[in-house]
Design a protein around this ligand. Structure first.
Ligand code: CP
Ligand code: NVA
Length: 317
């Protein structure tokens, strides 16, 4: 996990953060998935583990799943959360981000932030003496990826050797799936339209993780090539939050990248369909696919709760 020591002179011990997927070591990511399984099986055992611990939730963008599951997770562990919505504003608009961090650290034991710019999360982490967790930025969605690989592990038992195909925009969710998948030994293929490929720096970091784990990564513009041999076919919206003005143009560019029954049938016979949600039926996925028995989208949503409980136990205990 990222650490902050330099910025705050009164800080004695390095604070761990999860600003990107890169902040968890491979051992920590595997331990988190194992803990999530235990927490899911025996929630009562963990009911008082974070008594008296509070989270600040700072959200610059809308949320259903992330907000609900963080609030419920901390409450079910005995703690509490305070939500602050920055609708239409940025966290640093009213006062410097470094001051926001140094106020919050006096009141709460953790900061969960959903931002437009990754830089905002990095800056919060630089100044905060309490852990900062990325709840989605323009570049990453690490909490989503943790829940997704937990879901894959539940469905298939062993992650190593699985293949996940992501079809659509090379966005924050694709980045986190590449990084965490490569780390955990899952082969990841990404099919995007030309011009919408994943960020090259994120890709390079994922390649380094894949080299260490033995996973393979593949980029293509052909969705049928990507899904070949895949255990999971994953998609996300074509225009992410903050890209609403590009929606019409993107609908044209992405028209051939819809996850349809035909595309899903080109994956393995037992392949599952995954989506972080919210979904735009009729755009990135057909109604038939998202409502099909192959769809695990609500299991993913449920697992956000269990995976984030495990994350909070690891970061705030
Ligand atoms: N998948 C996800 O992060 O959903 P929300 O935007 O509703 O939090
Ligand atoms: N890529 C999407 C994910 C939403 C959970 C977005 O950033 O809007």
């Amino acid at each position: 996990m990222a650490t902050s020591t330099i910025a705050n002179p009164i800080l004695k011990v390095a604070t761990r953060h999860m600003t990107t997927d890169l902040d968890l070591t491979t051992g920590e990511a595997a331990a988190l998935l194992a803990l999530a399984a235990q927490v899911k099986r025996s929630p009562r055992k963990y009911a008082h583990k974070l008594t008296g611990r509070y989270l600040a939730l700072l959200f610059e963008k809308p949320s259903l799943r992330t907000r609900m599951t963080f609030e419920l997770a901390i409450q079910q562990l005995g703690g509490g959360a305070v939500f602050s919505e920055f609708n239409g504003h940025r966290i640093g608009d009213r006062e410097p981000i470094q001051d926001v961090a140094r106020n919050l650290e006096r009141w709460v034991q953790g900061i969960v932030a959903r931002t437009h710019d990754q830089r905002t999360i990095d800056e919060l982490a630089r100044w905060s003496a309490v852990p900062v967790i990325n709840a989605l930025s323009d570049l990453y969605h690490p909490c989503q990826a943790l829940a997704d690989f937990f879901t894959l592990q539940e469905k298939f038992g062993e992650l190593r050797g699985l293949k996940l195909a992501f079809v659509g925009d090379g966005n924050n969710v694709a980045h986190s799936l590449l990084l965490t998948g490569a780390r955990l030994g899952v082969d990841v293929a990404v099919a995007t339209p030309p011009g919408y490929e994943p960020n090259p720096e994120v890709l390079a970091a994922a390649q380094a993780l894949a080299a260490a784990s033995g996973a393979t990564l593949r980029l293509t513009h052909d969705p049928f090539e990507a899904v070949q041999g895949a255990h999971a076919v994953y998609t996300d919206v074509w225009a992410s939050m903050g890209q609403e003005s590009e929606a019409r143009r993107r609908r044209k560019s992405f028209a051939c990248y819809q996850v349809s029954e035909k595309l899903l049938a080109a994956a393995r016979p037992e392949a599952i369909f995954m989506h972080c949600l919210p979904a735009h039926r009729g755009e990135e996925v057909t109604d038939a696919v998202i409502e099909s028995p192959a769809s695990v989208v609500f299991d993913q949503a449920e697992n956000r709760l269990h995976a984030q409980k495990a994350l909070l136990l690891m970061m705030l205990s």
